[in-house]
Design a protein. Structure first.
Length: 381
């Protein structure tokens, strides 16, 4: 109880006593009142100012690149993905527009192998294992989703549109959608090792401005761009862009080979009756070598040295002895390039011009000789 309240209470008590002792005495008492508004200052903080901000440009609230793991979608941003013809991945993006969803016209998702430099942009080359292009369109009053390319390097497994609410930034009239595009990359989806020893999504924060999330060379970069109609902006379309990246594990497989067969007599250089084929699959630049053991007689201990066997084919146009491993593709020897470029289309590559020759020494024992042929396919950056 403050001092003013104490005085008021005391005076009231005295008045009560006076009336008891002599009720005929008239008293006039002025009691100070403690109430709001009385005094030299008063505050009121029960009202609020509201300012509603309306965003003119489309807003990307969330996005991710994910893998389907037993029905659960797990992020693979800044991580390597498998290309085994069965693992499924998707892009997901949540977009909102304060002018209503009818203002959104296009959502384009493009992805490309950066070939070792972040300066590269999506090159709009259709197909192949270097590019992806998915598109959402909303220009004619009806929504449509499509895979523009590629055709051969992925299996397009579908897309979805989900009408949701922007609970964080939305205002009255805000339209919001979740958009997804799903696909299964095939085995020749371009290898992207990156230049980091370990991929780490926390190394560089994701920003809503150009290229801030691109830091790992030799990776797959992707761009999500959202374009509106320019409503409330003088019909001048506005675009919002997001960029990030992921890596791809190497895939290397020799699917089939053919046994060469040579027949001849001592003192002659004899070639196989027909060329042989080797069917390979790799998702990067590559090299292919072949080596052979000594040829052993099936019924005796006689041998033909492997240096007497020659091979050509692939990018090699002249015969070379198989005393050591011989490059058919790559290697940087005999005028050949260091590596063969990744194949652009299809899941396999058939090299059908491989030819073998055996220089049969004079005095070689008649009979059947056999040797093991070893092919080595290596995927490079």
């Amino acid at each position: 109880m403050n001092k003013k309240q104490q005085i008021t209470t005391l005076i009231t008590f005295l008045l009560f006593l006076i009336n008891i002792v002599n009720p005929s005495i008239q008293t006039i008492l002025v009691i100070p009142v403690i109430a709001g508004g009385v005094g030299d200052s008063d505050w009121n903080n029960e009202s609020n100012l509201s300012v509603q901000i309306i965003n003119l440009a489309p807003r990307v609230n969330y996005y991710d690149f994910q893998e389907n793991v037993s029905g659960n979608w797990e992020s693979r941003l800044n991580q390597k993905i498998e290309v085994d013809n069965s693992s499924e991945y998707r892009f997901i993006v949540n977009v909102s527009s304060d002018q209503g969803w009818d203002d959104i016209e296009f959502i384009n998702i493009t992805a490309w192998y950066d070939n070792g430099t972040e300066a590269t942009e999506y090159n709009y080359t259709k197909g192949g294992n270097f590019n992806l292009n998915f598109q959402y369109e909303n220009t004619s009053g009806s929504e449509s989703l499509r895979r523009l390319w590629p055709n051969n390097e992925i299996t397009y497994t579908g897309s979805t549109i989900e009408n949701v609410t922007d609970t964080i930034y939305g205002v009255a009239g805000t339209g919001c959608r979740n958009i997804t595009f799903s696909f299964i990359p095939h085995c020749q989806f371009r290898y992207a090792a990156g230049d980091e020893i370990n991929w780490d999504a926390t190394i560089t924060p994701v920003e809503n401005t150009s290229k801030y999330a691109l830091y790992n060379k030799w990776s797959w970069n992707f761009n999500i761009s959202v374009t509106d109609s320019g409503e409330d902006n003088g019909n001048i379309p506005l675009m919002t862009t997001i960029k990030n990246e992921f890596g791809v594990y190497a895939y290397t497989e020799i699917l089939s080979t053919v046994d060469p067969s040579i027949q001849g007599s001592p003192g002659n250089n004899c070639t196989a009756s027909s060329n042989v084929s080797i069917l390979t699959c790799t998702n990067g630049n590559y090299s292919l070598t072949v080596n052979i053991t000594d040829l052993n007689h099936t019924q005796s201990s006689d041998i033909i040295d492997n240096g007497n066997v020659y091979v050509r084919g692939g990018n090699r146009s002249i015969f070379k002895s198989l005393q050591n491993s011989v490059y058919i593709y790559g290697g940087g020897e005999d005028g050949m390039p260091n590596s063969e470029f990744a194949t652009a289309f299809g899941d396999t590559y058939n090299t059908s011009n491989i030819q073998y020759r055996c220089d049969i020494p004079i005095g070689t024992l008649a009979g059947l000789y056999t040797a093991e042929i070893r092919y080595h396919l290596k995927t490079l950056q």
